[in-house]
Design a protein around this ligand. Structure first.
Ligand code: CDP
Length: 237
């Protein structure tokens, strides 16, 4: 029997609410929050500034340095504060997802720091973090070729569904179980990040990409509106 979503969403429906706001941290050079369902990410950008130590400088282009952090109070079972293997991996993934859209060649020897904090987690935090970070980079005035939007597609047993919640991501075990496939895409349709930790055939993977592209377009419109609103509300901060 095909999987039926417990929260009543259609298989290709994003969680609600989706809220985006730009310019939430006055001391940062750029900042944004992105909420989808019960997952909330906040991103702050500092820089570009000179990279220290000097041996880490790249004379060819600037460095995008992302730091993902899940706050200890963001989940039901408090998590140990500080870096973990998981946060190190997601920080790296976030850099790779955003880098192709950022014109780092304009900032040789410099670094742009992006700090992502997950203040409430209910699955899909890396995608929410990437959505917030992309807006924060634009808000900071870092030249970008394109916006980046991110969403996870899941395979529940054999059924594809969009934007998994915590139950779907971690607790569903029927049949082939749950596979989570986070995807990040530029507005022009270039995939900058895709992860897969389960089994899926190539036909279904094509469907995953199509579902992600369609919903990233929806997310893009929300990011764009939030950036426009920040300008209408009186500028950068
Ligand atoms: O958050 P995302 O889906 O990008 O990454 P994940 O590692 O697949 O984690 C899925 C969800 O599990 C998170 O969003 C949290 O809700 C939860 N989680 C948790 O409760 N405790 C952890 N140490 C890690 C994740």
């Amino acid at each position: 029997m095909a999987y039926k979503r417990t929260d009543g969403r259609k298989n290709d429906e994003l969680r609600k609410p989706i809220l985006a706001k730009v310019g939430i941290i006055p001391n940062a050079d750029g900042s944004a929050m992105f909420q989808i369902g019960k997952t909330i990410a906040v991103a702050a950008v500092y820089g570009p500034k000179k990279m220290h130590p000097q041996h880490s400088q790249n004379p060819e282009k600037g460095t995008l340095r992302c730091t993902y952090n899940m706050n200890s109070f963001s989940v039901e079972d408090r998590i140990r504060p500080g870096p973990s293997r998981r946060s190190t991996e997601i920080s790296k993934i976030t850099e790779w997802a955003l880098e192709p859209a950022v014109m780092l060649e304009k900032y040789p020897n410099q670094v742009v720091d992006v700090y992502i904090n997950i203040i409430q987690a209910d699955a899909g935090t890396r995608c929410a973090g990437i959505n917030a970070a992309a807006m924060a980079l634009a808000h900071a005035g870092i030249p970008m070729k394109d916006m980046v939007s991110s969403v996870a597609v899941g395979k529940m047993d054999k059924t594809l569904v969009l934007d998994l919640d915590k139950f779907e991501d971690s607790e569903f075990e029927d049949g082939e179980g749950s596979t989570d496939i986070p995807v990040s895409i530029t507005h022009s349709g270039q995939i900058t990040h895709i992860q897969l930790d389960g089994k899926i055939d190539s036909e279904q993977l094509k469907e995953v990409v199509e579902m992600a592209k369609k919903s990233c377009h929806e997310i893009y419109e929300i990011q764009k509106q939030a950036l426009k609103d920040s300008i209408n509300l009186g500028g950068k901060k």
